[in-house]
Design a protein around this ligand. Structure first.
Ligand code: ADP
Length: 366
């Protein structure tokens, strides 16, 4: 009988609660004990009431909920060795030998580090007499599995992260609302969406709403983009379009890494095309609301797979990250997945080809 804990960490996303539900229920259904760690790594470091044994009914109704009902946090202590030492001690004191982390690339990087350090953490706990040799003996291996929860869809090695499609649906709905008023007044709207290092939400909402132009971090526009954008928009107007929608990812930059702000794009449209232009920053609305069907499905299938991966792990086998690739739920080595999550690094180094390659995307110029 295993004791399997689940936690959510980093930025919240719709579907995280569904993932927690799936883990709790499939652990119980397979005859194991299920635990929730509240408030992300903070709960692991602090222990006490933040680590709670769960029963079947505790997660009733969680499937459709937005956000995460067990809380999430950014935890500075877990980035330091002393924090991970406290976390290891709390897991052992609770008898937990399987940990499922649902979070973004930062959280999964932390989980992978924790896994790698595990044997030395135990040694240190014994050396410091925080725990006895007998106490640590049954916990020689800690099985970890990662679930990717993020609205940004910013993990390279999986097709979709839990929450991305809910956020996309919210953005499309908001743009539909704006469309009505924009067309009535023949206005232009600059819509700022989330995505600091990842343009997926901007690209997909642009495609889904028929936007006139988009800006994303991975593929900054070349010099003279202002004219190119204005030419395209002017052409659309000549064809009878009564509104203009430009979508700007919050991390949009030019090729010198200078931010492309919504206000600057607005200024260009006003100065060059004399359009009555407004800026709408969607902000945290994009994170809210219930999970769409796709995220409920993803959270459930992946949550079940994470528990299976923990229960069936062979000694020495690498910790998995649960991915979805070409519509199949599969396990990938966590360590590889985390290594791939270096798009931000590529952008910082102005290696935009590499950024696009890591995103598994190639766009032809047209
Ligand atoms: P996300 O998981 O959404 O990418 P963050 O990058 O903020 O969000 O990471 C969430 C938490 O994961 C951090 O507050 C920290 O506790 C932990 N974490 C992130 N990166 C590391 C790391 N390199 N080492 C240890 N812990 C980390």
């Amino acid at each position: 009988r295993r004791k399997i804990a689940v936690m959510t960490s980093g930025g919240d996303s719709p579907g995280m609660s569904g993932a927690v539900r799936a883990v709790v229920r499939s652990a119980i259904a397979l005859g194991h004990d299920a635990y929730c760690i509240y408030e992300g790594y903070e709960g692991l470091v602090q222990g006490g009431d933040l680590i709670k044994k769960m029963v079947w009914e505790d997660v009733r109704g969680w499937l459709s909920e937005g956000g995460t009902l067990i809380g999430t946090a950014r935890c500075a202590a877990f980035r330091e060795r002393y924090g991970r030492l406290a976390a290891a001690k709390n897991l052992i004191l609770n008898g937990i030998d399987g940990l499922i982390v649902c979070g973004g690339d930062g959280s999964l990087t932390g989980a992978d580090l924790f896994r790698a350090e595990w044997p030395s953490l135990l040694e240190e706990l014994v050396a410091k007499e925080e725990l006895s040799q007998d106490q640590v003996e049954p916990f020689k291996t800690l099985n970890i599995a990662g679930l990717v929860g993020s609205i940004d869809n910013d993990m390279s090695s999986t097709d979709a992260t839990i929450g991305a499609y809910s956020s996309l649906a919210r953005i499309c709905q908001a743009v539909d609302y704006i469309d009505a008023t924009a067309a009535s007044h023949q206005r232009a709207f600059i819509i700022e969406v989330m995505g600091r290092h990842c343009g997926w939400l901007a690209v997909m909402s642009g495609v889904s709403t028929g936007a006139d132009y988009i800006f994303i971090p991975e593929k900054p526009p070349g010099e003279g983009w202002e004219k190119q954008m204005c030419d395209i928009i002017a052409r659309h107007r000549r064809l009878g379009k009564r509104k203009t929608i430009v979508i700007v990812a919050e991390g949009a930059i030019d090729r010198d890494l200078k931010p492309i702000t919504s206000d600057y794009v607005k200024k260009v449209l006003v100065d060059v095309l004399k359009l009555d232009t407004r800026v709408t920053c969607l902000g945290h609305v994009q994170r809210g609301g219930t999970a769409v069907a796709y995220d409920r499905m993803l959270a459930t299938l992946q949550g079940v797979e994470a528990v299976r991966a923990i229960v069936r792990a062979k000694p020495g086998s690498p910790s998995p990250m649960i991915a979805i690739t070409e519509n199949k739920i599969i396990r990938k080595p966590l360590v590889e997945a985390v290594k791939m999550a270096s798009v931000a690094e590529a952008i910082k180094n102005k290696d935009f080809d590499q950024a696009m390659k890591l995103r598994d995307a190639e766009f032809d110029e047209y």
